[in-house]
Design a protein around this ligand. Structure first.
Ligand SMILES: [Mn+2]
Length: 318
């Protein structure tokens, strides 16, 4: 059983460093801090750190550590929720003695000494929760971990709405509810938004475009974010504002990241879009992907391909 190996390695190392992915989301936060708290609660003498960038909207889950290079020497690095090595936040995992990848994305380019990948899991946080449940007799949990794991599962499933949710997701989450988790408190934290973000939401709903066959999209250019005074992270989180348009089974949001590099968030209700994302230097899940477009001209090419994909999909349904 592959999970046994993860537990063995955690037992073996005294210093464990947990890595999220770049541009962190609720799931990598939840999985990382959930795992950290489970290890700390079970083995209080072990040193456990979570490294990488901060995400404002989920930073209530836990504080990221700033550690020197020499901490990696002789340490175990565990990378969660990250399909390819280049997306691991804090590349110093390469300095660690042993590297474990725990993920639920379709593998792109593998890395590390040991991979635990289960694409049937709705969230990396679900894998961590199931890891705990499997070794419940040996491991301990606490409320901080429960909150982190619930937040990870909640955000990666669009609040239990996506196709990725299975009965196992609910079975795992049921434990957290039995444990006494105040889930309404977490919903409350995630729901509250600034006036600026609410106005930008209105902008997205008023200004999105559609391709002839039904791909809804919004170009969130830097000047828009500036006008509404919204961070890139918060702005791009609005992709799912376009998820409920009746004749558009695919929707996308495009924005400029560091060094003016254009990336897209691609979403679908039904037709698979991961191959499309692969073509544009991206990937992820069957119905939710990221793509690295580079410039705005490439966005137009992607939209042509996406439009064709939706056309074929609609034809196949008739
Ligand atoms: Mn995830």
């Amino acid at each position: 059983m592959k999970m046994d190996h993860i537990l063995e390695k955690i037992k073996e190392y005294n210093r464990i460093i947990i890595h999220k992915h770049i541009r962190p989301d609720g799931d990598c936060y939840g999985a990382a801090f959930g795992l950290k708290e489970i290890i700390k609660e079970t083995f209080p003498k072990k040193e456990v750190y979570v490294v990488g960038e901060i995400a404002e909207y989920v930073k209530f889950i836990g504080d990221v550590d700033d550690i020197p290079d020499d901490y990696f020497k002789g340490a175990l690095s565990i990378c969660v929720d990250t399909a390819s090595g280049d997306r691991v936040a804090d590349q110093r995992f390469k300095l660690a003695d042993y590297v474990i990848k725990i993920d639920h994305h379709i593998p792109v380019s593998d890395y590390g000494d040991f991979q635990y990948v289960d694409t049937t899991r709705a969230a990396a946080a679900q894998i961590i929760l199931e890891f705990y449940l499997r070794y419940k007799d040996e491991l301990k949990i606490n409320m901080t971990a429960a909150k982190a794991l619930y937040t990870g599962i909640l955000t990666d499933t669009g609040r239990f709405k996506y196709r990725s949710v299975t009965a196992d997701t609910f079975r795992a989450v049921a434990f957290l509810i039995d444990y006494g988790l105040d889930f309404t408190e977490i919903i409350g934290k995630l729901d509250i938004k600034s006036e600026n973000l609410m106005k930008l939401q209105g902008y997205v709903l008023q200004n999105f475009k559609k391709t002839p066959n039904g791909v809804a999209y919004i170009k969130m250019k830097p000047e828009i974010l500036e006008k509404f005074d919204i961070s890139l992270e918060e702005g791009t989180s609005l992709v799912n504002e376009l998820s409920t348009l009746d004749d558009c089974p695919v929707w996308m949001l495009f924005a400029e990241y560091e060094n003016n590099i254009v990336r897209g968030r691609l979403r679908s209700r039904a037709p698979s879009i991961d191959k499309l994302a692969n073509k544009y230097n991206g990937g992820g899940h069957r119905l939710a992907c990221g793509a690295n477009l580079g410039d705005w001209e490439t966005v137009e090419k992607l939209l042509v391909d996406a439009d064709e994909l939706v056309k074929e999909y609609k034809k196949s349904k008739n």
